[in-house]
Design a protein around this ligand. Structure first.
Ligand SMILES: Cc1ncc(COP(=O)(O)O)c(C=O)c1O
Length: 439
């Protein structure tokens, strides 16, 4: 049995098994020793992206998650229950929010947020109203707007922060504008002081898509808590993962009750007796099938819930290490005139490391991505790039407000590489050496 120091040393060395640019073969990130250090109960664990030396994401679980899953399986309580509830309570407490509602994905969280606001007659967001959104986000930030007959008003992003451009928001506001749907991109907080000022002045609701930015802080407050509602994703590549999963948080009790009902068939069963939507009889038979809202089934299950509880215990360490990695990334490239890095606002939780090619590297993205791939470094576009280029927009009711040159620029010259919860100094140095050697 390895001592705990040996165990830690193994973990620390987990990624450090390559030492030069001479890397030509796709080594597996999960070699046997490391796998056993991470998950002693498993004979074989293969993470995603095993073909890359420097993958976008690796698994954040160890034996704690597998033990928790086993207990749920043996308990035979599979469907949403005590574990989901416990995770929600702990998550809300962690975020400093009154309420949290877990769902089966970040996309579901976005859908539930919009549904809960539009279907609540006390909230001034209704069919035909306009919602301002950045041109850079994930597709499922936008779809709920179409599904609830809201008009999306697209504005550009800031090239440095990658978040919504505040001046463009102001120019886009009309009498029909009711909300801003802000997105904290790749772990980086929006400038919430400014967004709050705008919302106050023009009487707008702020909604937050925080799916990429768990743990990010602005003015010492967690992202996700700045809007009336905030969404999170616990998909594999995110800061923590529950296989699939998502969360909505809010301080608004009415919204909370709408979220609870809409998550599960629009029924009243999950509502407290004293709730803001429907007068329950207090008879479990009578109250079990009463449908009050046009809802969905977006429920997570107990396996997702129990994993969330374990992952949350690690979240501070995960984010601490991601920030350490970011320091290394920034210092390695601070003098490179050809790469523009993301400018941090507040305290980013560094989902990944974005790069915009400029100077002599501008418009060389295809060659660079090809070499990076050959060298075992996985890359991705910066979310959608310019979302307006996709065919799906023909289904949306939308207007483009002003120029969107920055979105177009990242669409042509941007990409990101991964950040993870382990020490990545070697990987980042390796990345730098590839860039320096070939470009
Ligand atoms: C900004 C943003 N919103 C929403 C989502 C959707 O989350 P999920 O993949 O859990 O559905 C993502 C996914 O990564 C995202 O990046």
């Amino acid at each position: 049995m390895a001592s705990s120091n040996e165990h830690k040393a193994k973990l620390k060395n987990k990624l450090n098994f390559i030492n030069s640019i001479g890397f030509e073969h796709f080594e597996k990130i999960y070699d046997r020793t490391n796998v056993e250090a991470l998950a002693p109960n498993l004979k074989e664990l293969k993470g995603k992206n095993k073909n890359f030396y420097y993958p976008l994401s690796i698994n954040t679980w160890d034996s704690k998650e597998y033990d928790a899953i086993n207990k749920v399986v043996l308990s035979q309580n599979f469907t949403m229950g005590a574990k989901v509830k416990e995770f929600e309570e702990k998550f809300a407490k962690y975020m400093g929010s009154k309420y949290a509602v877990m769902v089966n994905s970040g996309s579901s969280a976005n859908l539930l947020m919009i549904a809960s606001l539009v279907l609540d007659k006390n909230i001034d967001l209704n069919e035909g109203d306009e919602v301002i959104v950045p041109t850079l986000s994930w597709a499922t930030t936008y779809y709920p707007l179409q599904q609830y007959k809201l008009k999306a008003k697209f504005v550009d992003i800031n090239l440095d922060t990658l978040n919504i451009n505040e001046d463009a928001i102001i120019s886009a506001i009309s009498k029909k504008t009711k909300a801003i749907f802000a997105v904290n991109v790749l772990g980086n907080p929006c400038k919430f002081r400014k967004l709050h000022e705008i919302c106050k002045k023009y009487n707008l609701i702020l909604i937050e898509d925080n799916c990429e930015s768990l743990g990010a802080k602005y003015n010492d407050k967690y992202c996700g808590t700045f809007g009336i509602t905030g969404s999170f994703s616990f998909y594999f590549s995110h800061h923590i993962h529950t296989i699939e999963g998502g969360m909505v948080i809010t301080n608004n009790e009415r919204t909370y009750h709408h979220l609870l009902s809409l998550r599960a068939h629009g029924w009243i069963r999950d509502l407290p007796k004293d709730n803001k939507i429907f007068n329950k009889k207090g008879d479990s038979f009578e109250d079990s099938f009463v449908f009050v809202l046009p809802g969905y089934n977006l429920r997570p299950n107990e396996i997702n819930g129990c994993i969330g509880i374990e992952q949350l215990k690690k979240v501070n360490n995960i984010i601490k290490q991601r920030r350490e990695n970011a320091k290394i990334f920034k210092s390695l490239f601070k003098d490179n005139q050809n790469l523009q890095l993301q400018k941090e606002i507040g305290k980013s939780s560094w989902f990944g490391f974005s790069i915009i090619l400029k100077g002599k590297l501008k418009n060389k993205r295809p060659e660079i991505l090809k070499i990076l791939r050959e060298k075992g470094i996985e890359t991705r576009p910066i979310i959608s790039g310019n979302f307006l280029k996709y065919p799906v927009t023909k289904f949306l009711d939308y207007k483009v407000c002003g120029e969107i040159n920055n979105s177009k620029e990242i669409d042509n010259n941007g990409f990101f590489i991964g950040n993870n919860h382990v020490d990545m100094e070697k990987e980042l140095e390796y990345f730098k050496s590839v860039i320096n050697k070939y470009f």
